[in-house]
Structures are given as structure tokens and as C-alpha cells.
Design a protein around this ligand. Sequence first.
Ligand code: ZN
Length: 285
Amino acid sequence: MIIDSHNHPNYLGYSTEKILADMAENNIDRTWLLTLETPEHEYSPAYHRITRGNKDGPIPFASCLESFKQAPDKFVLAYAPDPRHPHAIDKLEAAIELYNVRVCGEIMLRMMYDNWDAIALFQVCGKRGLPVIVEVNYGAGSDGRFPNRPGYWYGGGIDAFERAIAQCADTSFLGHGPGFWSHISKDEGYKSSDYPRGEVLPGGKVVEMMRQYPNLYCDLSAYSGLNALKRDVGFTKEFLLEFQDRILYGRDQYDNHLQQFLNSLELPSDVLNKIYSGNSLKLVP
Ligand SMILES: [Zn+2]
């Protein structure tokens, strides 16, 4: 069984119908449908071309709900309201009760992830059994090319994310995005690139955090995940074996590159099964 634990509807030209056809083609049994309710002044204008957003953001909850209703056995419904909105917790709790929302994601916001209002929302997620998916991004890539102007950063760096994880021991977090995956290696590549290359140096923050916080999980989706895994295949196999109980397959796009890569590693089949679906089912039974 394969679960795509990170994807979006009405994204990159994928309607519900197209998503279902793509899932069938890639042997994917279920997909988590995540919102992206980032305020307009916090995201790159490029999102206007790849989503069908509305006032609630590039991928509003209404979009996920519409797709979910068309094939409830194929999708898991997610919703991440902006915690800075004073009604955020009420909106999330209402969505859990009315629509069976199971996941809080994707959080992609230009704030420190240990913002007090974010911590309050994350703690509610812990109580209600919802894992939280966050994008960490330093804005070091192409959007960060303007001198003296920060790029599209999200989360305030790995340290702010760590402080949130430490303050919400009962909440499961999934780390995602360039600002998370760059820290697989103890180097400073994260400062200048979204996708740093080269051999993985031991002692990376992601490895340290995975050892320290049992409530931290890894979301392999997007090019940031695949790039990190491809840097140093010897290291990658050890990493996937050590943390086999807290790593989830996901795409955040519609292609099959990650499956091809994972299948090429010759991992024990029980480990591969955990990554493809077991760990996802543990978080959302
Ligand atoms: Zn995403």
C-alpha cells in the first residue's frame, strides 16, 4: 500500500479527476489533501499560476473539501488555518467536527513557528490527534535574489521549529521544505541555496532533532526531500534505517521520482512499507 502524505488539489493543473488518475498510474492508494492558506502578501506571485486560490490563500480549505467529497475513501482531509487569525482554533475544531479533518497542514507562514498563537494551535492539534505539517524555508533560493531584501522565508529557521517541537511534546510534527532538509548535513548550504548539494557532513540538525524529539517526523515530499536523499546515498540508507518509524512518503507534486529513487535503494521490504504507508497509518489510522 502506498499513501501520498503530502499533496494539494487544484495545484499544478490537477483537478480531482486528474489526481485520481495520477494516483492509479503511480499505485497510490490514498492521498492527504493539504491546504495552503498563506496570506497573499506572504507568498510568491508565482502561486497565481499554479493554484486556483481565493481570498483564503493559494489552496483554500474549500478546495480540499470539494475534492475529498468526490472520493472520501481515496483522500485524507487536512486543514491548516493561519494561527494568527483570532478564529483559527475555532475554525480548525469546527472542521474536525463537521468534516473529519485528520491533519493540520500545510503551515507555510512568514512567522516564527514558536509564535505564541501557533503554539496554542499546535497544542490543540496534539490534543485532537492531528499531526502538523510545516514548511521551513530560509528564502535562500531564487526568490531571495534581491540584495538587502529577505526572500520568501517561512518559519524563522530550524531553531524556531525546534522550539515549537520542544514546547508541544504531545503533537506530532512533520518537517518539510528546503529549510528543513538542508539541515540533514552539518554545513551552511542552507544560507545560499534551497537545494544544497554535496556529501552529507555528520551532525546535521535534522539528525540531532530526530534523535532528541520522538514527536518529530520527516516528510520526504518535494524536491527538497529528494535532493537531500540524493546527496549521499550511503548516508541516506543509514538515515532511513535509523528513523524507519518516523519517515513518510509524500510528493507535493505529481510525478514518480521519489518512488523510483526509494525503490532503487534495496531497503528491507518492511522498512519500505513503513515509509510508504505504515508510518502514515500510525499518524492517521
Ligand atoms: Zn505542499
